[in-house]
Design a protein around this ligand. Sequence first.
Ligand SMILES: Cc1ncc(COP(=O)(O)O)c(C=O)c1O
Length: 390
Amino acid sequence: MSINANDSTYQQLIMLPGPTNVPIEVTQAMVAPSIGHRTATFSSMMKEMIRKGKILFECQEDIIHLSASGTAAVEASITNILRKDDKALVTVCGEFGGRVSEQIASVGANPIELVADYGDFPSLSDFERALENNPDAKAAYIVTNETSSGAMCHWLKEAGDLTSKHGAFLVADAVSNWGADKMPLEDYNIDFIATGSQKACAAPPGLAMIALSKRYKEQMMNDPQKLHFLNLPRFIKMSDKVKQTPFTPCLPVYFALNKAYDIMIEEGMENRYIRHQICGKAFYDAFEAMGLQLFGAPETRSNTVISIAYPDGIDDKEFRGSLAKNYGVVVAGGFGEMMGKIFRVGSLGMINSYYVLTTISSIANNMNRLGFKANTDAAIDAALKNLSKL
Ligand SMILES: Cc1ncc(COP(=O)(O)O)c(C=O)c1O
């Protein structure tokens, strides 16, 4: 029997690299009565969210919440400091690195690309060499988790040490792994973290969060760019004055994210990182035991985006379509040049034994239905070995 995905009472498992499954109490928080965004009620909520955000991002400066998706936060990190002819390093090993490079070029600055193949990630020594060869680089942009391929940066802390030594800003496009992988802003010398509500913090889409360093903030405030919506100094000034936003905030998602922050604080960030590592490894081990081929280099594998190469004869559309229809499990396909070659499972946000085991058994069953002989028992055993550590 197939599942009726149009039945609004039926909840599919959203195993995408975002948006992710959302805890019921976070969803319910959105059903609160509306409030005015120029009121003391809004200001006190925003004050609370900034307080919680500072604990989670581990930073001193106030968090900025934009009513927009992650792209807006990444764009703001570029448009607020880069000027024509400035140089900026950028990691490019997939779609999202390519987009950051294009965004850098769109303000007339020069992107210096550190390129790696899909599934791989540029190395720390490449990064160090690029900084040495470009001592005038104003900033370095690292897409900390290349969502299109499932490769992550495993040397973010070292990158922060290097950029601060070279006097360049370090910007993290951490849209798909902030909240899942460790990146304390101040301890790692990161100047800007850009992320989105719909990813590892398990809230609905609609807000982009920005954490920044004192150094980055001062540069931006002292030399402001002519910007309108993404004018971060304007957000900061208004927040300092009345704890409000210059433009109408997306209130329901504010309510939801406020609740999601509570859940994150209650769990503790260290516990959260460990849970993501364990669940990510459970997926990798299980898919390998099932007989599938993992995509990408083992040493650069992401904890949150699990990429698997399709076996010969398995069609992307048919596989993902029947997985959603018959098992209620939604996974992502490949992006750009990976389209049809890989599928991607999001292992982030609420991820736990239930999500991992349901996804693995559904995928194994579906593969068998489509003619690939998947070793279901070995896959479940491999997953359970890891999940017992939770
Ligand atoms: C690494 C990365 N950067 C940027 C984005 C863009 O985020 P959004 O779609 O929220 O604008 C994404 C989205 O998946 C992403 O994974």
